[in-house]
Design a protein around this ligand. Structure first.
Ligand code: SF4
Ligand code: SF4
Length: 168
């Protein structure tokens, strides 16, 4: 057999029969796996992974979670449909339909208020732009799982009661 054209030293590295079976390396890999398995079973509290969803990571107070719309004392939205949040939104994911409010003291209210959470980048600009403190991102909820794209478009009723975790 000629080793012409192979890098220098290739001929000297010819594998033994045992090496060609790969058994020694397989056994070595299994020993490493078993060592970690036994260590993790005996010291579960030291494992870096979390038992999600039973165990949840605690985020800082300034963490921006899912949005919520604030309510007036009578339960109606504090929002006056000024569109400041949707104008500031860089993802163009807020859609508001304004309507005349029956109370002459309040000019408008959102007949419809939707946020597409799939487009949202959680920048918080909507919250900052709002002159009425009507939208907040202080729920601390980071779970936004759903089984259809349309479920990610959350409406006014959802946002007014957005306090529970879980699927949308
Ligand atoms: S957090 Fe940012 S991207 Fe999301 S709705 Fe508000 S302004 Fe738009
Ligand atoms: S949430 Fe605030 S900024 Fe957005 S439309 Fe309502 S009042 Fe205006």
């Amino acid at each position: 057999m000629s080793f012409e054209g192979l890098p220098r030293g290739s001929a000297a590295k010819k594998q033994s029969f045992l090496e060609r079976t790969y058994f020694p390396e397989i056994i070595r890999g299994l020993v490493v796996t078993m060592r970690h398995l036994v260590k993790n079973i005996l010291h579960t509290s030291e494992m870096p992974t979390m038992q999600y969803p039973e165990e949840k990571r605690v985020y800082g107070e300034r963490f921006r979670g899912r949005h919520r719309l604030m309510q007036r004392e009578d339960g109606s939205p504090r929002c006056v449909a000024c569109q400041m949040c949707s104008t500031a939104c860089p993802a163009d994911c807020i859609t508001i339909e304004a309507a005349e409010h029956p109370d002459p003291e309040i000019e408008k209210y959102p007949a419809s208020f939707q946020i597409d959470l799939l487009r949202c980048v959680y920048c918080g600009l909507c919250e900052e732009a709002c002159p009425c403190d009507a939208i907040r991102m202080d729920t601390g909820i980071y779970e936004i799982a759903a089984d259809s794209r349309s479920s990610f478009v959350v409406d006014k009723d959802f946002l007014l009661n957005n306090t529970t975790e879980g699927t949308l």
